[in-house]
Design a protein around this ligand. Structure first.
Ligand code: HEM
Length: 433
């Protein structure tokens, strides 16, 4: 007699029987192994609402809330306009679980996961096996374990899940802090200029804040990846510091927010550009060579950043192959940053070095905004240059070693075995004779 062990199925209860629930049932029928590890149960929390029959032999309908009793996963499939009233009506059930069903499930407030609400019920109901595109859903929540469970369920149902780190919203905080810092610095600095008018903070000087925030944002989004590469090259370490991983996880959002700020800066500058405000850039009706060069690098940088922004859209990124991806998020984005810094430096460097110092650029004795804005990007570009040089040195070293190995192979006439190994094998074989 053979011992057969039955793996218990995880019970997934879908609360709600509307279109979305029917979409789930269809996804299950299309993509899943019907005898797989999940048992799908549907339930309707509103007793008066009629339930449309499910066109599937593999899902069951049970009573609410009894069906929650031994559920492993509860998916709330309620339209957003009804979710509040659902939560209020079932507050006692959800909160005071000691008397109810959820206590047995050990559900606490950090067990929630957001998923499946970025795809439409129509998409799920019309999904077919012939469709080339998989439905993508972002999965996010405070508990890593629960997020993993839901990602596994999503895969089982035929979705392509993307796990989004919960702390991504922190990138908004970091951008706000940078903007607050640049705002304070610019306000204090420019208010010390001769003939300063406060209303010019509205456009003329707020544009500086946006520009500075943007260029620092771009630099910060490129910094963690570069540091990880450099650390791996230099120390050969297997683990990556958590703050660098965190930096990488929010770099897309930081980059997109920076793109937003740079577009604000460019629009504002184009709107107010004229002799009244920017007479210092125009000499006798003409621009000097450095101002012209600054404008050229500005538009080139803006265009390249826009390309990277477009390439980061999921629909575009999906269509790109690896080489295209590496090109855009490698040379293109670094050229955009370099051109952005050149734009600032063409305008600013004369005022950094002028003696005596200009009362406008060095108002209150504080370094010019152009200098402050350039420091971080220059540092990041320096780190990148070190990393690239080091990588090239490693490649050259590997190439020399591999050439040495090839010549050894010829010398020993043993394909894929270098001299030392041949020696070792020879010694061993002598021992066995
Ligand atoms: C069409 C695109 C752009 C135009 C027309 C433009 C125009 C200008 C102008 C006229 C200034 C001088 C402002 C002043 O002295 O008050 C300036 C400054 C600056 N720009 Fe741009 N810019 C553009 C794109 C960019 C880009 C792509 C970046 C960065 C990635 C950038 C970053 C800066 C910074 C940091 C400053 C220095 C802030 C200051 O002191 O004014 N700009 N830009």
């Amino acid at each position: 007699m053979t011992n057969v062990t039955f793996e218990e199925k995880s019970k997934v209860v879908f609360v709600g029987c509307g279109d979305k629930a029917h979409g789930f049932a269809r996804m299950h029928d299309l993509h899943s192994n019907k005898h797989g590890k999940y048992q799908l149960v549907f339930t309707e929390p509103m007793p008066t609402k009629p339930i449309d029959p499910f066109d599937s032999d593999y899902v069951t309908i049970e009573h609410f809330p009894e069906c929650l009793a031994n559920a492993d996963i509860v998916v709330i499939v309620i339209p957003s306009y009804a979710i509040d009233s659902f939560l209020i009506q079932n507050y006692t059930l959800l909160k005071e679980g000691s008397k109810g069903y959820l206590a047995a499930l050990n559900i606490t407030s950090d067990h929630w996961v957001k998923a499946f609400n970025d795809t439409g019920a129509i998409q799920e109901m019309q999904n077919s096996l012939n469709s080339k595109m998989k439905l993508t859903t972002s999965v996010c929540g405070p508990s890593d374990q629960c997020v993993k469970k839901i990602a596994a369920l999503a895969k089982y149902l035929g979705y392509s899940p993307t796990v989004v780190p919960i702390d991504q919203y922190k990138c908004l905080q970091s951008c706000q802090t940078t903007l607050a810092g640049t705002f304070t610095y610019v306000t204090v600095q420019v208010s010390g200029r001769p003939h300063f008018q406060w209303y010019t903070l509205l456009a003329r000087h707020s544009s500086k804040m946006f520009a500075w925030t943007a260029i620092w944002g771009f630099s910060l989004s490129l910094l963690p990846g570069t540091c990880i590469r450099l650390l791996k090259q230099v120390t050969y370490m297997d683990t990556t510091p958590r703050f660098l991983i965190w930096g990488c996880s929010i770099r897309k959002q930081v980059g997109l927010l920076s793109l937003y700020f740079v577009l604000l800066h460019a629009c504002m500058m184009l709107l107010i550009f004229g002799g009244e405000y920017f007479g210092f850039l125009i000499d006798d009706g003409y621009m000097e060579w450095n101002t012209e060069a600054s404008m050229l690098t500005a538009v080139l940088s803006t265009s390249l950043f826009t390309i990277t922004g477009i390439a980061s859209l999921p629909s575009v990124a999906h269509e790109m192959n690896k080489a295209q991806f590496m090109l855009v998020f490698g040379p293109v984005v670094w050229s955009a940053l370099a051109l952005g810094v050149m734009h600032v430096m063409f305008l600013g460097v004369p005022s950094w070095t002028d003696t005596p110092r200009s009362r406008y650029s060095w108002a209150r004795g504080m370094p010019p905004v152009t200098l402050m804005a350039s420091v971080l990007p220059l540092l990041v570009m320096f780190i990148k240059a070190v990393q690239v040089c080091h990588a090239s040195m490693l490649r050259a070293k590997n190439w020399v070693t591999s050439r040495h190995q090839v010549s050894s192979i010829h010398a020993s006439d043993h394909l894929f075995v270098i001299d030392d190994e041949v020696e070792e094998v020879f010694e061993k074989s002598r021992m066995y004779v």
